[in-house]
Design a protein around this ligand. Structure first.
Ligand code: NAD
Length: 260
C-alpha cells in the first residue's frame, strides 16, 4: 500500500480537513509522515512551500488542498475532499515537474546551498544595495536599488509578479532576474527589465553590503553575514506535483488574477 503524509496549516479548519482526509484514505493509503510517496498539503501556498521544503530531499509527490481563498499551488478546495479521495483511489493523474533554483552562498568560511521553489531575494528597504551582477563571468551591470529577485517559472506568479516581472509559462528550466526599486538616472543605470535565462547560465552576485541584508528563499529568510558571492542556477533537482484533475496554466492564472 502506498504511503502519505499531511502538512497542515495551524488553524482549526485545516486540522478538520486533515482529519477528513485521514478518514477518507483509510484502506486506500497508509499514513506515514517519515517515508511518504504522496505529501498532501492542507492550507495555502505558504503551506505548500513548507511541505516542499520539508520533503524536497525525499522521492515524493505533492498535492494541495486550499482552506482559505484560492491558491496557486493548491488544486482542491476545502469542499472537494470526497473528489480528492476518489482521485487518489483511482490513481489516475498527470505528473508536473517543477524546477528549483540552486543558490550557493559563499562565505569566508565556506559555501552554503539553498533550494528554492519560488525565488531567492536579496532585499533591503533602507540602504541602497550595490551589487555587481555577472551572467557567467561577464559583467551585466552594477545594480543599485533595494534588491534583486531571481525566480523560477513557478515563482514567476509570486513576488516576481508584484515587482513587475513576467509570468512564465511552466515546463521549461528558466530563471528570471528582476530588479526591486532600481535607481535609474544619469549617474547610475541598470537594465530596468527582467532578464530570463536558461539552465546553461549562472547568475553571480557580488555585493558591497551583503552583511546588512536578508536573503529570502521562498518563505524562509537568512541574515547575510560575511558573504562574498552568491551564485544562482537552475537545479538538476525537480519537485513533482500531482495533478489529478486537469487545469491548464491559463485557467490557473485566470482564476488567480483575472476573474473567478
Ligand atoms: P505567504 O505564504 O503569506 O504568501 C504571500 C502570498 O503569495 C500569498 O497570497 C500566496 O498565495 C502567494 N503566493 C505564494 N507563492 C505563489 C506562487 N507561486 N504564485 C502565486 N502566488 C503565490 O508569504 P511568505 O510565507 O512570506 O512567503 C511565501 C511566498 O510568498 C514567497 O515565496 C513570495 O513569492 C510570496 N510573497 C509575495 C509578496 C508580494 O507579492 N508582494 C510578498 C511576500 C511574499
Amino acid at each position: 500500500m502506498k504511503q502519505y503524509a499531511l502538512v497542515v496549516k495551524q488553524d482549526e479548519m485545516s486540522a478538520n480537513i486533515a482529519e477528513k482526509i485521514k478518514k477518507g484514505l483509510t484502506g486506500i493509503m497508509e499514513y506515514n509522515p517519515d517515508d511518504p510517496d504522496l505529501v498532501i498539503s492542507v492550507g495555502g501556498d505558504g503551506t505548500m512551500l513548507l511541505s516542499v521544503h520539508q520533503y524536497m530531499e525525499q522521492k515524493v509527490s505533492f498535492v494541495g488542498v486550499h482552506t482559505g481563498t484560492l491558491g496557486f499551488f493548491t488544486d482542491y478546495q476545502k469542499d472537494e475532499i470526497t473528489e480528492l479521495i476518489a482521485a487518489i483511489k483511482a490513481d489516475h493523474y498527470q505528473m508536473t515537474p517543477r524546477h528549483l533554483l540552486e543558490v550557493d552562498v559563499y562565505h569566508k568560511a565556506g559555501k552554503e546551498t539553498y533550494l528554492a521553489l519560488n525565488e531567492m531575494r536579496i532585499d533591503h528597504g533602507y540602504t541602497t544595495q550595490v551589487i555587481d551582477v555577472y551572467i557567467d563571468d561577464e559583467l551585466l551591470e552594477v545594480f543599485r536599488g533595494n534588491g534583486l529577485c531571481v525566480s523560477t517559472p513557478s515563482g514567476s506568479t509570486a513576488y516576481n509578479k508584484s515587482i513587475g516581472g513576467a509570468v512564465i509559462y511552466p515546463g521549461n528550466p528558466l530563471m528570471q532576474l528582476t530588479e526591486v526599486a532600481a535607481i535609474q538616472h544619469n549617474a547610475y543605470r541598470s537594465l530596468g527589465a527582467s532578464l530570463i535565462l536558461d539552465e546553461n547560465k549562472v547568475i553571480k552576485l557580488k555585493g558591497q553590503h551583503f552583511n546588512r541584508v536578508y536573503l529570502g528563499i521562498d518563505h524562509l529568510s537568512y541574515h547575510l553575514d560575511d558573504v562574498e558571492k552568491i551564485e544562482i542556477r537552475i537545479s538538476k533537482k525537480v519537485v513533482k506535483f500531482i495533478e489529478y484533475k486537469e487545469m491548464s496554466f491559463i485557467q490557473r492564472i485566470r482564476r488567480a488574477f483575472i476573474s473567478e
